[in-house]
Design a protein around this ligand. Structure first.
Ligand code: FNR
Length: 427
């Protein structure tokens, strides 16, 4: 029996005994359930996008515009949904996207996700804005594949340190996210006046870093400038939270003021909007790992990625969290794929919700896709088992879609298997 049929059978057999899965199967219901369980500001951060969320909606609408046209009588008794990526065989063309500040979803945050990824055999991309340091997560994953996502900060020394740490904890690729040189105008977060980093959330990769520690020492010697919150119960509670989360004892953290200095240093440093193509050489010289650029939407940028010796790209608009009104990521995919012409892998994210979506992205030329918000919602609803279940469900649904569409292998999925909505290709 195949993985998909086994999973499906198990679900129905358990159902006979009255058991139900730990998360809803419909991704829309999964999101709604996470919304019911999480505090409003936390849910807003995870679910929201930029502006009036037109790009977020466009990401989904772009999937709706393509329809799968299944083919018959093609012997799909043996199905192989696996793919090859940077010398690794993956069970399915699925990875976990980097998502920051997962402690908003669950107290075990990245660690819970790392365990689920390892259990499901799905690669995880550790976020630069993780709530738990990469070393801790890597230690919980045995040899299961992991990558590291980098935000290029103002300090090249910090960049080098993060990459070195990623190499040491077994990361197999570096994903440089390019689309977040500044934070997008995120209306839901603005309504809540909520940016988690200011309360010391999602900065664990920094506070566990020796180079960052020196930068914090320097920040402590500088007088604090810029706007400060009013002293209210909420501000005091945020201060205690910061002291509790920061490495070391809460009391000494409160006395030293170091957690606040760390947040100040982070805010000053975290991004470098002046970054250009020429800066990529710095990274290229420092690591032998494959480097992927995340956030590419324009074919000309894809061509440049090749020119500058990059090893892969991720077509993504950050799930519609950055430029509202930006092109749907799926709409950008075909032209990027055509430009790359198979020379390096093109990965894809933004709007992937189902196994059928994975099929469509692969048919349009993506080697693999990154799953974003759905796993944060699964984490919120059911912790590690929730994320593991989600990953197994996606893999099973992808395998079934593939087989039912007439493909015995992921490699057989091609553009000709899709038609624009309302349209069938003429023979
Ligand atoms: C993200 N994303 C993201 N990307 C990244 O490179 N580093 C990060 O730290 C984060 N953090 C993050 C937090 C949250 C709450 C979300 C929803 C997203 C973007 C992520 O990797 C991916 O591109 C999108 O999530 C894909 O869109 P969908 O599938 O979530 O719609």
């Amino acid at each position: 029996m195949s993985f998909a049929i086994e999973s499906q059978t198990e679900i129905y057999v358990r159902g006979v005994g009255g058991e139900r899965a730990v998360i809803p199967f419909d991704p829309r219901e999964l999101e709604a359930e996470a919304g019911r369980r999480l505090p409003p500001a936390a849910f807003a951060y995870l679910a929201g996008g930029a502006g009036i969320e037109q790009t977020m909606a466009a990401n989904r609408a772009a999937f709706d515009r393509w329809r799968i046209v299944p083919r018959m009588l093609r012997d799909v008794s043996q199905r192989d949904p696996s793919i090859e990526l940077f010398g690794r065989r993956l069970l399915a063309p699925i990875l976990l996207a980097p998502i920051g500040v997962l402690e908003l979803a669950h107290p075990e945050a990245d660690l819970a996700v790392a365990r689920a990824a390892a259990a499901a055999g799905v690669p995880i991309v550790f976020s630069n804005q993780a709530s738990i340091a990469m070393e801790t997560c890597a230690a919980a994953m045995d040899a299961s594949p992991r990558w590291f996502q980098l935000y290029w900060s103002k300090s090249n020394e910090l960049v080098a340190s993060l990459v070195e740490r990623a190499e040491r904890c077994g990361c197999e690729a570096i994903v440089v996210t390019l689309d977040t040189t500044m934070l997008g105008w995120r209306t839901r977060d603005l309504d809540h006046g909520h940016l988690p980093f200011l309360s010391g959330l999602g900065i664990a990769q920094y506070t566990s870093d020796p180079v960052f520690a020196r930068l914090v020492d320097a920040a402590m010697r500088e007088p604090a400038t810029g706007p400060r919150p009013r002293v209210t119960p909420a501000a005091i509670s945020a201060l205690f939270g910061m002291a509790r989360r920061h490495p070391g004892s809460m009391l000494s953290n409160l006395r030293s003021g170091r957690p606040r200095a760390a947040v100040r240093a982070f805010v000053t440093l975290y991004s470098r909007p002046s970054l250009t193509w020429e800066d990529l050489a710095f990274l290229r010289e420092r690591t032998k790992l494959p480097i992927l650029l995340k956030g590419i939407l324009h074919p000309e940028d894809a061509r440049r990625a090749l020119e500058y010796g990059m090893d892969g790209i991720v077509v993504s608009n950050h799930g519609g969290r950055q430029v509202d009104g930006a092109i749907a990521a799926l709409a950008a995919l075909p032209a990027v794929v055509a430009t790359i012409g198979g020379r390096i892998p093109v990965l894809f994210d933004s709007g992937v919700r189902t196994g059928a979506d994975v099929f469509k992205a692969v048919a349009l030329g993506a080697r693999a896709v990154l799953i974003g918000r759905p796993y944060a919602f699964a984490l919120a609803v059911a912790g590690t088992p929730g994320v593991e279940t989600l990953l197994r469900n996606l893999r099973a649904e992808f395998e079934l879609t593939m087989g039912l569409a007439g493909c015995a292998k992921a490699a057989e999925i091609e553009r000709a298997m899709l038609a624009a909505e309302g349209d069938l290709p003429c023979p």
